[in-house]
Design a protein around this ligand. Sequence first.
Ligand code: HAM
Length: 413
Amino acid sequence: MNDILPNDVATWQFVEKTARDIFTAFGFDEIRVPVVEKTELFCRSIGETTDIVEKEMYTFSDRSDNSLTLRPEGTAPVMRSMIQHKLINTDPVQKLYYSGPMFRYERPQKGRYRQFHQIGAEVVGIDDPLIDAQVMVMLDHFFKEVGIKDVVLEINSLGCPECRPDYRDALIAFLEQRLETLCSDCQRRFRQNPLRALDCKVPGCKEATAGAPIVLDHLCAGCDEHFSQVCTHLQNVDVSFNINPRMVRGLDYYTKTTFEMVTGSLGSQNAVAAGGRYDGLVEKLGGPKVPGIGFAMGVERLVLLLSELNLTNAQPDIFIAALGKDAQQIGFKLLTSLQRRGVRAEMDYNDKGLKSQMKRADKLGVRYSLIIGEDELAKGVAPLRNMSGGDQVNVDIHNFELILAAVTSAKAP
Ligand code: HAM
């Protein structure tokens, strides 16, 4: 679990703001759900035999012996909230986004943490392939807007309850013949969750599954048609993608379309965003029979990819160097007025000497300094210095509006 220190926050805010603006333009509203849910919610939605539920959840009993879990993902809590508050009854189409910390007890490495952050989006109530394309268009647009180029959209279809059993049977038959070459996890769950073997990182499993049957060859007519329409819609709006028939997701709720935004720049943690359709999930959680689709982006991974942008926090606009108690009084008044009008203003609160105060102004990288000493106090006029250009104007220290205008007019490019 990481601290996000002030120096890194500029990139975080850039990612968050860009996502918020784009998701809003695409018609999504924000929903905020708790970080803790009943454990059962995740077991039922993500699936009992997934890595997340089997080994990665932070689960604990509260004082009333309820089993609770720190959310490992956002889709199930959002569906729980939608069902609980009957949002579908008020509008049969829900387009929601969320962001915040998620928790998984994974082995930490670059791009993989135990507390990490997701920004996700979900659409419930539409099963047309157009909406599958729409959420991927939004994701693709987000990556273009933040300027991440080294990513590829990979898509696949995992079929539906009609065709998946056929594929599962074919895969189980294939795995059964190679059982002794699979890792113990894949051996143990090859009947219940054979698809996981395709995603296993153990070299022996990778080798053993190289020629495994692929799901796209086993889709029913409906899923096949859905998938080909999704591809056509994406092509229509110039979103490029690769079909990856080996992509399986680590959560069991997916049906039909699944997708990942993958990068070559983050080692083995190559998915920066991932999602898919989950047509049975809402009903499974006790809600109406409505389809859904969505994705979540990993914010830490986005920030890693954006680190070369070297975004920095806003620098102070002005430093007021006040010398002596009387100057400090005036300085503090000016400082407060400027801050109240949205100017990032700083001063030294300790009544240090001019040299030391100017050193601090330099360190902060301020754009302007205003020096108020005894002389300036007596004359009512003080030098406002442009710290980068060096030029200087004298300003009336009692004319706040003038100082504000001088600092803010120069701020415009
Ligand atoms: P997921 O693939 O488990 O899907 O996670 C989505 C993204 O979260 C990943 O692609 C990755 O960028 C990030 N992520 C996951 N685990 C970690 C970790 N331990 N450390 C850092 N980043 C991580 C879901 O969570 C689904 N709820 C997505 C979804 C939404 N599907 C439909 N709607």
